[in-house]
Write a protein that binds this ligand. Structure first.
Ligand code: MTE
Ligand code: MO
Length: 245
């Protein structure tokens, strides 16, 4: 943290110009505002968004890409697993028969991938804890393609800032490239030692145990590598974007 001020000099200057750090509003106070409606476009909203982006940069700088999330024995798996989405399970719609995973943005191999192609790639299994911001957690098993391997395979620009996910239920989220490349981040095809079922993310979901549950998109339709801040369904409503767990 010694070079903190140097490293974040432009951001700190920007935030200080707005008088926020000199005032009563600390980063903690701003994070408590997560959950408030920040959809307005006034000067206060813009200043708050600047603070939130600043907080994301700090969290990204503190993220250790080699530190592994805790793993558990199969006996620790929570059963039955808990479904969660921004709507109730009965409103889950079917996935189109012609599903394929669209990969675009800053990648060389911009095209669609079938489930068979994904299944033929290297797979890794993990038993990790999934933590939902709503105040519950569960331990589960997921298996799938190491996302770092996948990003290299499609020739993604690994210096790009973000990877964005768009889902079939109009959900979306996005993550930083360092977290995307973390060894435990996988494109999961399997959950609880069986093919992913529809509620838990079929055909494919992201499993990223270093982040909170809402950063683990299910029913992925498209993956985009980009330098433009993509936000996401909850992120656009003020949830902390980085959301490490
Ligand atoms: N497509 C999609 N993915 C999603 C969500 C969603 O509503 N739609 N909810 C998120 C949230 S808040 C959580 S906690 C987890 C829940 O995953 P689970 O149903 O496998 O427990 O999915 C995340 N991914
Ligand atoms: Mo969640």
């Amino acid at each position: 943290m010694r070079d903190f001020r140097t490293r974040f000099a432009p951001e700190i200057a920007r935030v200080e110009r707005r008088g926020l750090l000199r005032g009563a509003l600390s980063l903690g106070a701003v994070s408590m505002l997560a959950g408030c409606d920040l959809s307005g476009d006034g000067p206060i909203d813009r200043a708050l968004w600047a603070m939130l982006r600043f907080s994301d940069r700090v969290q990204a700088a503190l993220f250790d890409p080699r530190r592994l999330a805790a793993t558990f024995p199969a006996s620790a798996i929570t059963r039955p697993p808990r479904f969660n989405a921004y709507y109730p399970l009965r409103e889950l719609r079917p996935i189109p028969d012609d599903w394929s995973l669209e990969v675009g943005g800053l990648v060389e191999d911009k095209r669609d991938f079938s489930l068979a192609e994904l299944a033929a790639m290297p797979q890794a299994s993990q038993i990790t804890r999934h933590i939902c911001v709503e105040g519950w957690s569960q331990i589960g098993q997921w298996r799938g393609v190491p996302f770092a391997w996948f990003l290299k395979r499609v020739g993604a620009d690994l210096r790009a800032k973000y990877v964005a996910f768009d889902c079939y239920d109009d959900y979306s989220t996005s993550i930083d490239m360092a977290s995307a490349l973390h060894p435990q981040t996988i494109l999961a095809l399997e959950f609880d030692f069986a093919a992913l079922s529809r509620p838990f993310g079929a055909p494919v979901r992201l499993r990223i145990p270093t982040k909170l549950g809402f950063k683990n998109p299910k029913y992925i339709a498209a993956i985009t590598v980009t330098n433009q801040y993509p936000g996401g369904y909850w992120e656009d409503q003020g949830y902390n974007w980085f959301s490490g767990s």
